[in-house]
Design a protein around this ligand. Sequence first.
Ligand SMILES: [Ca+2]
Ligand SMILES: [Ca+2]
Ligand SMILES: [Ca+2]
Length: 142
Amino acid sequence: MTTWYSGRNIRLATVAGMIALAGASNAQAQSASDRLSRADANGDGSIEWQEVLDMRSTMFGRMDRNSDGVIDSKDRPNFGPGKSRFQAAFNDLSATADTNNDGQISKTEMMEAPAPMFESADTNEDGTLSPDELSAHADGSI
Ligand SMILES: [Ca+2]
Ligand SMILES: [Ca+2]
Ligand SMILES: [Ca+2]
């Protein structure tokens, strides 16, 4: 694998992360892109909608630390680096996914959260972000 190739992959993964979690800050988009690049299980460089849903499902399981079926402040670690990381992710999620504004994110709200950047990047509307569609985003043409 050449340096050029891996550099390009990192760039595409960053864009893909921003698409998955629109509204996230740069730091949070970076961790989202890490998750997304792992979600691209077959490594073909394209992101399918199902891969986004799988990522959300994994993320939900990780954030619902007390396994009561909702993500809320009770799942926040009391101390350590996980506390602020959880709060930042929870704030982002609340802004986009908490559609009934009850301060909790249910699994349904998580899975049905809007993904406007995914939709705008999927120019041929086939539910998959191809390498070309991701490149168009990475080049700032949208
Ligand atoms: Ca919980
Ligand atoms: Ca809610
Ligand atoms: Ca597409």
